[in-house]
Design a protein around this ligand. Structure first.
Ligand code: FES
Ligand SMILES: [Fe+2]
Length: 421
């Protein structure tokens, strides 16, 4: 039996039809019913990256974000504590705050001015009578976790406990960068004309990098994300061997610095899907900028040390690159079967001054261009999934292993939702 928040029988049939090692049946990318099931299961029962702690640096700072059909607000209360609530008034359900960032003293509903303290309790409800019990009309809290300055929310009453594993792995890896006290230097929203899973699949491989991302490729080693050892030219083989040698040298250096760098993969078999690894930055090795040098004069946290590389972190709806001079934090939110919001935030030291310590052009150009290129690829893939000519295609076992893991994880989580949690 399916409960109302489980995949419908037709979505279940599509999930069962998924061929291992292949892309998903088309309708899982294109149909409204599958989209709704994704929102109800993946985005409502898992830990979803929602933003960054430095978005709400001061008491009264709030930001709101839509996750599927839910709207969530995250704020910093008067005791400096981060809290998340449904962005829904307890009176007649109006949205409380607009999407994006705002600053409030209290949360005042625009409809009839019910007023909430920043801890979510209802402070004022005019014209409700002397016998009205305000204590019964608290805002509905949402589970929130701040991991190294990246904020995750879970809409379920029973959030997956393995978020503790993400915290255990990432707190020490992110600690030197002190992202909690960074600032958002620039933020960009783009809409990709494709299903959110195509956005994530596109992100999980660098098979497409050499031919599509000329600028990113200056600071990225595509070989980090796999290659067919028998398909390399002699020059490519030499390059791959050089990269292996470089990892041996960097590994020794990172050991000395006390920095974790080994890959950790927590994907199939777990609710909270993530992968992290410290990567070597190509070129001059400093940052993902046009000349591969640091974009920001002031480093993040206590990272005033050379050769820290790039702490990459993938999650269910996010990907991140954390470097000594800046961090790029990406979140993806489904807004329709064929539309995905991709939000990119560039974080820098909060004391860094634009125009003196960095320029936005130099800081943002690589990923702005890469986002444009990726949006184009995701739209092409979605168009293909809409076509009667589409058949699930094979992933490369060398360059697309992470995609196979992602779609396998997705199918597994959707099916697991049949068993009430
Ligand atoms: S709906 Fe918010 S005060 Fe009425
Ligand atoms: Fe890409």
């Amino acid at each position: 039996m399916f409960d109302e928040r489980s995949a419908s029988s037709s979505t279940r049939a599509l999930l069962d039809a998924r061929k291992p090692g292949h892309t998903l049946p088309a309708a899982l990318y294109t149909d409204q019913e599958a989209y709704k099931a994704d929102c109800d299961i993946i985005f409502s029962r898992h830990w979803i990256a929602a933003g960054v702690a430095c978005d709400v640096a001061e008491a009264g700072d709030v930001f709101a974000v839509d996750i599927g059909s839910a709207s969530i607000l995250i704020l910093r209360d008067d005791d400096n504590k981060l809290r998340a609530f449904h962005n829904v008034c307890s009176h007649r359900g109006s949205r409380l705050v607009p999407l994006g960032r705002s600053v409030v003293g209290k949360l005042v509903c625009p409809y009839h001015q019910w007023t909430y303290d920043l801890n979510g309790s209802l402070a004022l409800a005019p014209h409700m009578g002397v016998d009205f019990d305000r204590d019964l009309h608290h805002l509905t809290p949402v589970s929130l976790k701040d991991i190294g300055g990246i904020l995750y929310v879970c809409l379920s009453q029973t959030p997956p406990p393995d978020i503790d594993e993400l915290e255990r792995v990432m707190e020490p890896r992110l600690a030197p960068y002190d992202l909690r006290h960074a600032k958002v230097a620039f933020e960009q929203d783009i809409i990709e004309e494709g299903n959110w899973k195509l956005t994530i699949e596109n992100n999980r491989e660098c098979y497409h990098c050499a031919s599509n991302h000329p600028q990113l490729s200056l600071s990225f080693h595509a070989a980090d994300f796999g290659y067919d050892p028998d398909g390399l030219t002699d020059a490519e083989k030499a390059e791959a061997n050089e990269l292996l040698d470089a990892y041996a040298r960097h590994g020794a250096h990172w050991d000395k610095e006390g920095l974790d760098y080994e890959a950790v993969e927590h994907t199939v078999g777990w609710p909270t899907n993530f992968r992290t690894q410290r990567l070597i930055i190509a070129g001059l090795g400093e940052s993902q900028t046009p000349d591969t040098r640091a974009a920001v004069a002031l480093p993040l946290g206590d990272t005033d040390r050379p050769w820290l590389g790039d702490v990459h972190l993938w999650g269910i709806n996010s990907w991140n690159h954390v470097m000594a001079d800046h961090a790029v934090i990406f979140t993806a939110f489904p807004i329709a079967p064929d539309r995905t919001l991709v939000r990119t935030k560039w974080l820098v030291n909060r004391d860094a001054v634009e125009g003196e310590d960095y320029t936005l052009e130099n800081l943002t150009s690589v990923w702005k261009q890469t986002n444009r290129e990726d949006a184009h690829l995701v739209a092409l893939a979605h168009k293909g999934a809409l076509s009667p000519g589409y058949r699930p295609g094979p992933y490369s076992r060398f360059t697309e292993r992470a995609l196979d893991e992602f779609t396998t994880w997705y199918v597994e989580r959707m099916i697991a939702a049949e068993t009430p949690s």
